[in-house]
Design a protein. Structure first.
Length: 184
């Protein structure tokens, strides 16, 4: 579209509505829509153009750094959860603790954060615990999962919809970077 002259900016913004089953999610082609975020975008250069991959300095739980190094974040709107290498995810899940399926424990869980280029992106338990309703019943599920990827992906955490719902993403193809701003 950019090469055809249909859009002026070689980028797109992905915005997800606050509730997974609600309307309002948008794909903005050719730039960003200021009505979909507050503040300004913080940009991070791609460490690999293959998967919209950025370097993640560390993660923290309740403000305490986990001491991870070599974490690669892949920003992916096609992944519903936060999914990553077990060596990173298992210690975080252990600090989060068991999530009660009846949703009674949500407020007792810690905040988690991604630290990227000195910027902290914090997720609350309300962000990373999904409340799924069906047939008049609601069940809570942890939206963070460990997975062991092969080869070059072994240090990856996929920053999926759980992250993008809180921090709208601007995929700036023209400048090989991705930016995040607080979603409206």
């Amino acid at each position: 579209m950019y090469k055809q002259g249909l859009i002026d900016d070689n980028s797109f913004q992905f915005y997800l509505s606050k509730k997974a089953d609600a309307t309002g999610s948008q794909l903005v082609l050719g730039g960003t829509d200021p009505s979909l975020y507050s503040g300004s975008f913080q940009y991070h250069n791609l460490s690999s153009e293959t998967y919209w991959e950025i370097s993640v300095g560390d993660l923290s739980v309740n403000g305490e750094p986990m001491g991870f190094s070599g974490v690669k974040g892949v920003v992916d709107s096609g992944t519903s959860l936060l999914v990553g290498a077990s060596k990173f995810i298992t210690p975080i899940i252990n600090k989060i603790g068991k999530v009660a399926s009846d949703c009674s424990s949500i407020s007792s869980h810690p905040n988690i954060a991604f630290i990227i280029d000195g910027t902290t992106y914090e997720l609350t338990p309300q962000d990373y615990i999904l409340q799924v309703s069906a047939d008049g019943e609601t069940e809570c599920l942890l939206a963070i999962e460990g997975a062991d990827f092969p080869g070059a992906l072994e240090d990856v955490i996929i920053m999926g919809d759980v992250f993008i719902r809180v921090f709208t993403a601007h995929f700036d193809y023209g400048n090989n970077r991705v930016g995040f701003a607080t979603a409206a």
